[in-house]
Design a protein around this ligand. Sequence first.
Ligand code: UD1
Ligand code: CA
Length: 445
Amino acid sequence: MRALVLAAGKGTRMKSKIPKVLHPLSGRPMIEWVIETAGKVAQKVGVVLGFEAELVRKALPEWVDVFVQGEQLGTAHAVMCAKDFIEPGDDVLILYGDVPLISENTLKRMIEEHRKGADVTILVADLEDPSGYGRVIQDGDKYRIIEDTDLPEELKSVTTINTGFYVFSGDFLLRALPEIKNENAKGEYYLTDAVNFAEKVRVVRTDDLLEITGVNTRKTLVWLEEQLRMRKIEELLENGVTILDPATTYIHYSVEIGMDTVIYPMTFIEGKSRVGENCEIGPMTRIVDCEIGNNVKITRSECFKSVIEDDVSVGPFARLREGTILKKSSKIGNFVEIKKSTIGEGTKAQHLSYIGDAFVGKNVNVGAGTITCNYDGKKKNPTFIEDGAFIGSNSSLVAPVRIGKGALIGAGSVITEDVPPYSLGLGRARQVVKEGWVLKKRKEE
Ligand code: UD1
Ligand code: CA
């Protein structure tokens, strides 16, 4: 089985500089959904690109065969451009880059039906409002597909529509393609004409509107997004996750969440994120591409591309940037920003800190207002804080610098040199006390 994905169209109605098939649905480009599903049922996957072909090609996995259709002269012309992909001895599925939710199950049903013997197997649906779609008209054991624009008045009421998905026998398709003419209302080469030539047609039905919906406008895209969002929330509820306010919770389809985790309102969990069991996430939290263990609490915070181990607490008002690793039982509190740093087991940074390019050991206390000065104006430098160190409040650690195991940094220090293990590091002016100075001053005045 081969699968050919048509994706040459510009998507004019999206009113976008980005090719339509690259617009994201639940966090992934539409075409990625199709390629993934195609890869599950076919041994080889090909894609026909046109508008901004190079840009789309970059978003595709390497194992996909790419064909380019210079001018979009119709669906049959698009398939013609991938003629080399079609083998006489193999069947080929036709899919679309802008119909992202076609299901593996439906494709398998089509393949199974087709293997009973056919030139082509078509996927049809019955719609209350079939306008705009090609209609499938049965004539004894033959079928014809007539495009909406070419439909005579007496057939307008036919509600069985062509979804556009087909399985063709390779040899039949190779024979049919050169016969197709563009003598129709749009002057295009219609792939539906290949069906009209076929002797043996089989039909498979679907009643799932989501999987056959093609995206032509942003309105449809947002509608699909909402359908997927609600599907995901229902699936999570069924699997033991509490979502207190579905109306304000946005969880991408690819996200995994463990049992007994509670999601508070106004929370976004996106991309390839995984959340463990018994966590409390939100309210007002955004998590993107994070790996989160069990018993983790994250409140009113933003977390990007970070790893958060078991029993960690984050927030309120924390910001974890790319490359943050929070080891088991660490605590990150309010107004703490962390970037590309590892925070060791049991370590606490509870208030008002910036930690960047740092390696912080176990059971370190990072005092309020501690800043790693990681940027010298030219490059980023690392800070090392070894196990059990205590960083006094409002300290600046000027990187590169190393604070040894068990060392103590006096509050308000600016540390520019390494501090050896179990040593005191002080980097501030010594305090001066002038007794009675105020009274003396007043007398003078
Ligand atoms: C097509 C079917 C119609 C069916 C409908 C379902 C034909 C002639 N008609 O109509 O029976 O009901 O799908 O949605 O096939 N494409 C290319 N190159 C081209 C033309 C199209 O790659 O030259 C791609 C487009 O990017 C798009 C898809 O094929 O993703 C469908 O093309 P479109 O012209 O929109 O066909 P429809 O009019 O929707
Ligand atoms: Ca279309």
